[in-house]
Design a protein around this ligand. Structure first.
Ligand code: GTP
Ligand code: MG
Ligand code: ZN
Length: 301
């Protein structure tokens, strides 16, 4: 007879195996049945002991699931989140397109997102701020940080926003995600890399997704480190859903002549009219067009 399954939380994902935290806080290396793991960090699972290790028996129903994909594959990578923190930096310069895509993915998954701009100690801060202005205007919560120059102020700004929630930190490589996690989780020991080295080698410092508790209390909250992204595919999103997932476009929906307007070429489009009146930021309107065309394109294999 096989041992009864126990419940646990997936706190690490390393390709072929997962790390599961049990109710008493111990960590068990777990394998998955079958070829590929479907469990992701943040999943509650039932697992059964198998020697020193474990086997995942079942994934509990999820509150939400965030997808992220790169050139090669579409994959889900974190579940049961309360918030997504998009961490950008003055340097390396972030892509508006990747930011926009990540925000659409969070909206599609029904997870609130906020944005932090790190490294405001560097020149170029004004330009970065200007590029985030449309997001501030559409009501996205925006925080400025210098994790290196002023870590205490950063903790003061971050702590109340992180407390009691499970937050996934997303952002390009080198923005300071692991630096942030080491600051708010003493003893986390997340590896931090010099950008020049990471970019020169084309490698990311963080290569796995890892869950950290923000304290010992069960309701302290948690923060999840993730590898930097260079791409952010949205294969899970239907083109006709897109406008509703962009908070600056959504308020103009409902006024188009055609009920199935794609807002790309149709006459009588209320979104286009709003863009022409200057009520939608030009860069965001271009992003809509680009994303929409992308979602309609046949998948690349
Ligand atoms: N100037 C400056 N540098 C910073 C700041 N915060 C972090 N850094 C530096 O930025 C570099 C990258 O930091 P990481 O925390 O490794 O970045 P990451 O987002 O985890 O990168 P990946 O793991 O590759 O995705 C390190 O050299 C940090 O010391 C800051 O506020 N100002
Ligand atoms: Mg990192
Ligand atoms: Zn329209």
């Amino acid at each position: 007879m096989s041992p009864a399954p126990r419940s646990g939380l997936v706190v690490g994902s390393h390709g072929r195996h997962l790390v599961v935290r049990t109710a008493d806080g111990t960590r068990v290396r777990c394998h998955v049945r079958g070829k590929r793991s479907e469990a992701v960090v943040g999943d509650r699972v039932q697992w059964a002991p198998a020697g020193d290790e474990g086997v995942i028996e079942r994934i509990e129903p999820r509150r939400n699931l965030l997808y992220r994909q790169d050139e090669w594959r579409s994959k889900s990578f974190a579940a049961n989140l309360d918030a997504v923190l998009l961490l950008l930096a003055v340097e390396p310069v972030f892509s508006d397109r990747l930011l926009g895509r990540a925000l659409v993915a969070a909206a599609h998954a029904g997870i609130p997102a906020w944005v932090a701009l790190n490294k405001v100690d560097l020149p170029g801060t004004d330009a970065a701020r200007a590029r985030l202005a449309p997001h501030a205007a559409m009501g996205t919560e925006l925080v400025e940080l210098s994790l290196r120059r002023d870590p205490q102020a950063a903790v003061a700004a971050l702590a109340p926003r992180l407390r009691g929630r499970t937050t996934l930190v997303l952002g390009p490589s080198g923005s300071g995600k692991s630096t942030l996690i080491n600051l708010v989780v003493p003893g986390a020991g997340a590896q931090v890399g010099e950008i020049s080295r990471a970019l020169a080698s084309g490698r990311h410092t963080t290569t796995t997704t890892t869950w950290y508790a923000l304290g010992d209390a069960p309701d302290a909250g948690a923060i999840i480190d993730s590898p930097g992204f260079q791409q952010f595919g949205l294969a899970q999103v239907e083109p006709q859903q897109l406008a509703a997932l962009m908070p600056d476009l959504a308020p103009h929906l409902g006024g188009c002549r055609f009920h199935n307007c794609t807002h790309r070429h149709e006459p009588g489009c209320a979104l286009r009219a709003a863009a022409e009146r200057g009520e939608i930021d030009p860069a965001r309107w271009r992003l809509y067009a680009e994303l929409h065309d992308d979602l309609n394109a046949p998948p690349r294999y």
